[in-house]
Design a protein around this ligand. Structure first.
Ligand code: G1P
Length: 293
């Protein structure tokens, strides 16, 4: 079975939920503590064994390429001032992984963005990571993309990430009906994009991590576009489910929707509380703040 070493990250969206900042700073660069959200996604992929990543960008996203590039002036200054720790942080970013960029010409959705990855992935299986889904795993837990890759090797079928949600959140995610379950894994019989809670198949929501094979491109090509011209990735997944070739995996990890203002703030607080250098003072600050409420 071919190994999963490539990943695709669609990052062409406008990030309108974060206006006005997204007028000039793209949402993938918004920080959680001191790292852009995209860096968390890339680190998860790298820690899962991914060696090559294609980022599908759009206009106004040049800042992303610059961030992951070599920064000679900054590095020379840090070296001159003997700021070795900071120099290490700067250099690690440039060496992290092989990154490739392609621009989606018209921002018409995730399924269309994926078509730009065809030449990059060739006939290999690959991971897809959506940038709004930040998933924290502690040091005893494998990164989520790795959990999915292992599920893919075990069942030899495309795999997606599943998380249980409350009824009030059903309409935010793709929703699945399992054919049969085996521990944390299940065979998926049906999948539908963002149903109303009263039409749900289950309380399992699809979170933005997928392992797919190269036939996904044909499945997308065969989809009928909606009235707005958009095709929906979930419909390509439904075609796989119909052929009994789709599995889901209930991952371990804490997921934040970095595309939602409240969850983005929560992510910042919780990551800051996990940061050794901030932990103590920030905890004291929060305790005092809460006491005054
Ligand atoms: C996308 C997918 C949806 C999935 C969700 C996970 O929706 O279309 O199927 O459940 O990501 O975060 P979006 O959040 O981009 O609207």
């Amino acid at each position: 079975m071919k190994k999963v070493t490539k990943a695709v990250i669609p990052a062409a969206g406008f990030g309108t939920r974060f206006l006005p900042i997204t007028k000039s700073v793209c949402k993938e660069m918004l920080p959680i503590v001191d790292k852009p959200t995209l860096q968390y996604i890339i680190e998860e992929a790298v820690q899962s064994g991914i060696t090559d990543i294609l980022i599908v960008t759009g206009r106004n996203k040049k800042i992303l390429e610059d961030f992951f590039d070599y920064t000679p002036e900054l590095d020379a200054l840090l070296e001159q001032d003997n700021k070795i720790k900071l120099l290490k942080i700067s250099k690690e970013i440039e060496k992290m992984v092989n990154l490739y960029f392609v621009r989606q010409k018209h921002p018409c959705g995730f399924a269309n963005a994926l078509q730009y990855a065809k030449a990059f992935t060739g006939d290999e299986p690959f991971a897809i990571l959506l940038g709004d889904d930040i998933i924290y795993t502690d040091s005893n837990t494998k990164p989520v993309t790795q959990q999915l890759i292992e599920n893919y090797y075990k069942y030899q079928k495309p795999t997606l990430a599943l998380m249980e949600v409350d009824d009030k959140d059903i309409n935010k995610y793709a929703n699945i009906k399992a054919r049969k379950t085996d521990g944390k894994s299940c065979d998926i019989a049906l999948i539908v994009e963002k149903p109303k809670a009263e039409n749900k198949f289950s309380n399992y929501a699809v979170i933005g991590r997928y392992i797919v094979e190269s036939d996904i491109y044909n499945l997308i090509d065969n989809l009928k576009p909606s009235e707005t011209g958009e095709t929906f990735f979930t419909e390509a997944l439904q075609a796989l489910a119909k052929e009994n070739r789709l599995t889901g995996y209930q991952f371990a990890g804490k997921r934040y929707d970095a595309g939602d203002k409240l969850e983005y703030l929560i992510a910042n607080v919780e990551y800051a509380l996990r940061d050794f250098n901030l932990q103590k003072e920030f905890t004291n600050y929060l305790k005092n703040l809460v006491a005054k409420l």
